[in-house]
Design a protein. Structure first.
Length: 575
């Protein structure tokens, strides 16, 4: 473990923290059962790169960036995977007499001596950052096909009968399921689809919103895989004709992850979809979600109001729940009583009372809301407004002194208000209680390592001119401090960005996702339109005239900033 005095010196001299504050941080790290340096980085108190540069200099140990290295598999495997994961040690280079080791703790003499005895080589130790170690640990899981070959399964779709008998007899189902789960985690997948077909079992991962085929398993292992996952999720193994839902947890690299399991009967058996949930993940800030400064100010102002409704809208998979949890993370203070009713509970959050609906016993959103109002809540989060009864209770709660957060399925922000009227909600109730409407989509982030600039071609310019006004876009860029070259006064001469794909992004050109938003503040003019039963186009025209940035425009700003591509923005805003 690092000498504490190096870190405390860094905090007091470099970061200018007072000794009392440093002592508080040390106590907090002990309470969280994390090493001090890891705690400081995880909490965002210090920048990882700066801290480890400082420690490298003070300890006179070279600092290596593992994320920039291509480590041969035979070199990586010199350190056994369990040792690498528990002691944070990576073998990244091997010469005739020397084994180069990257470690999170270069003072761990015991582990260094173990590697000397195991390999017969002289260890050359370097310091590595936590993110670099984590990146390299993924390499152990980087080739699922090779792992499965070792237990008798290959990526081919067609097996002859003899091969199938051999695979069915030798296949360890537990290891196969474990490999599928761990590989999904290290690929940053949000969902795992296990789908039986006539001849095999297809496994697909959703990564950054896009489904990718990963492998095909022989038909003979189908029942074993289904039974194993049902056991993990505490579902009925002998039930094959009705849908089932469950949940289970695993720990990978000291991170606890939950899997929300959905099983439904299909023509060739049962299909399983598992949503991957990072249990200990902190809610993202509005900046991290991708809110532009103007939109962020509107949302901040809306959630600071003591009562009213904040509605987040968009199709399934557009990140609505993540946005709500981020807002709850801002609002979650010791002096506030927050209650949520969800279907299902996506993340467990300390300090918040979370309830899951159970239709089998009649516990639905409406019943839960009524019960909440007897629990003295300050803030209520309703997972989704699905019907008139839930909407009316939520709005009455917002009218009687509660801040209510919820989601709704509409394509844009202005459409949300007429949609509520169509559900039978009185216009005056909507106008009085709605504070703000946030419509959103998720776009894939461009890979920063292979991102290049380019200019739009003729067809793309013509298509974009049909959707946006050039003067509006130019003023929007200027408002968001985007410096334009003197030649960039027309769409045809503007530079945007794309990524051809590289090793860092697995040749996809994208890594991660960010939101694009449309934030509609319900002001006096909007309230008047609601009371007069204004249509969605009328509300849209008024909002745009008074400064609302549409989702397409928000996306164009992010495309111009190099966060995403023009193709991504057009793909999600056309849906």
């Amino acid at each position: 473990m690092f000498p504490k005095n190096i870190i405390t010196t860094y905090l007091t001299e470099d970061q200018k923290l007072k000794p009392a504050k440093v002592e508080d941080l040390i106590a907090a790290s002990k309470e969280s059962e994390k090493r001090l340096e890891l705690f400081l980085v995880d909490e965002g108190i210090v920048k990882e790169k700066d801290l480890y540069k400082y420690m490298s200099k003070k300890m006179d140990v070279p600092l290596v960036d593992l994320s920039e290295m291509e480590i041969p598999r035979e070199t990586l495997s010199i350190v056994p995977q369990p040792l690498a994961e528990t002691h944070y040690i990576i073998a990244f280079e091997k010469t005739k007499d020397t084994i180069h080791l990257a470690m999170l703790d270069p003072l761990d003499i015991q582990t260094i001596e173990f590697m000397r005895r195991k390999t017969g080589l002289v260890p050359a130790v370097s310091l590595a950052t936590p993110s670099g170690i984590k990146h390299s640990l993924r390499l152990y899981h980087a080739d699922l096909e090779e792992e499965l070959k070792q237990v008798g399964v290959s990526n081919k779709k067609n097996y002859n009968p003899e091969e199938l008998k051999k695979v069915a007899a030798e296949l360890p189902i537990i290891n196969i399921v474990k490999s599928i789960l761990e590989h999904a985690i290290f690929q940053d997948a949000s969902d795992i689809h296990i789908e039986p077909t006539e001849k095999d079992v297809s496994v697909r991962y959703r990564v950054d919103g896009i489904l990718h085929s990963v492998m095909h398993l022989p038909k003979q292992v189908q029942n074993g895989i289904m039974a194993r996952i049902k056991i993990l999720a505490n579902l009925k193994i002998d039930e094959h004709m009705v849908p089932q839902d469950g949940r289970f947890k695993i720990v990978v690299n000291e991170e606890e992850l939950a899997f929300r399991v959905s099983v439904i009967p299909v023509y060739d058996g049962e299909k399983i979809v598992m949503r991957v949930l990072h249990e200990g993940q902190k809610p993202l800030t509005l900046d991290q979600l991708g809110f532009l400064p103007g939109a962020r100010k509107l949302v901040d102002a809306a959630i600071k109001k003591p009562h009213g409704m904040v509605l987040v809208t968009g199709p399934t998979g557009s990140g609505k729940t993540t946005t709500l949890y981020s807002l709850l993370g801002i609002l979650n203070q010791p002096g506030v009583n927050i209650s949520t009713i969800e279907d299902p509970i996506e993340y467990h959050v300390g300090g918040i009372n979370q309830s899951q609906i159970n239709p089998r016993v009649g516990f639905d959103f409406a019943l839960g809301l009524r019960a909440f109002l007897r629990q003295d809540p300050d803030i209520i989060m309703v997972g989704e407004i699905r019907d008139q009864e839930t909407a009316e209770i939520a709005m009455h709660a917002a009218m009687t002194g509660h801040l209510v957060l919820s989601t709704l399925h509409t394509n844009d922000a202005p459409t949300t208000l007429p949609r509520l009227m169509d559900m039978g909600i009185p216009p005056f109730l909507i106008a009085f209680t709605a504070n703000i409407i946030v419509a959103q989509r998720l776009v894939r982030r461009l890979c920063e390592h292979c991102r290049t600039s380019y200019k739009l071609d003729g067809p793309a310019v013509k298509e974009l001119q049909k959707l946006v006004d050039v003067k509006t876009i130019l003023s929007l860029f200027q408002a968001h401090d985007i410096t334009l070259k003197s030649a960039e006064k027309k769409l045809a001469s503007m530079e945007f960005f794309r990524s051809p794909g590289c090793r860092k992004c697995d040749k996809s050109g994208y890594k991660g996702r960010i939101g694009i938003y449309e934030v509609l503040e319900v002001d006096d003019g909007i309230s008047e339109l609601i009371n007069n039963r204004g249509t969605a186009p009328q509300i849209h025209d008024y909002a745009v005239k008074h400064g609302m940035v549409t989702m397409l425009e928000d996306g164009l700003v992010k495309a111009k900033q190099g966060m995403t591509s023009m193709e991504e923005v057009l793909r999600v805003t056309r849906e």
